[in-house]
Design a protein around this ligand. Sequence first.
Ligand SMILES: [Zn+2]
Length: 271
Amino acid sequence: MSGASGNGSRGNGSRRNGSRPRLRGDGGWQVRVLVPGLPLQSCSVLLTGPQSEQIIVDTGFPQHDSLLLEGLQRAGVKAGDITGVINTHYHLDHFGGNFLFPQAWVYGSKQDFDWAVAIYESVSGGETRREVFRRFYPEATEAEFDRMDEARVLQLLKWMWDPATLGDLARYRWREEQELGLAGLQILPTPGHTPGHLALAVEGIEGPYLIVGDARPFAEDTAAGYDMPPHCQQRFLASRKLIDGFEGILIPGHDDPFSQSREAVTLGQQP
Ligand SMILES: [Zn+2]
């Protein structure tokens, strides 16, 4: 946990080949990692906009609120200055700090929210049988359920879920009902990990960024295995293909940013 400082800066300041740097005020967004992604800690990113918008993408576990506040302090931004929050999805480790910013709007997928909250309500009601959980993860294999049992995932959800961490639901805005409506930020539906997962493409001052959440949790695919199985494997792979075609800096849900070029992807896909 103490590795939070400076750890996530790999993508900051680097510029993709051939792109011209933008100047502040040129419409680009400043992109800073507030809390670095680790296997059991989701990445929180601060976006500072040309109109002084301060937006956080993913707010971590409720129990990681001090990490997020420390990250903001290092960035020189007060919690009260945050104007908006975007949630890539509604697994507990991605929205648990939403309550810290009661003045901010929150943007996410209603479909994802309803699905996730139904899981939390189910486990909070004492339901931890795997055959019931299969309703939420119809494709999960027995081995994946065994792993979840071993990791006591359902018990952990039950222990950690508190609707208060969501804050006031009246400030939530849903992708299904309205556009994000901010120049230089584009929501990309990337379902599969969860039913309504979103990624966010950012016109950064130093080039394009893609904040991918758990549509790509780790830079190296071999590092996978800590997170939940995909809700829908087919959609997960289709979303991954979309992500693989992006040129710029990728920020995974549980790892450090890394740079991806189209040439590298093309080469990697050759037989
Ligand atoms: Zn997730």
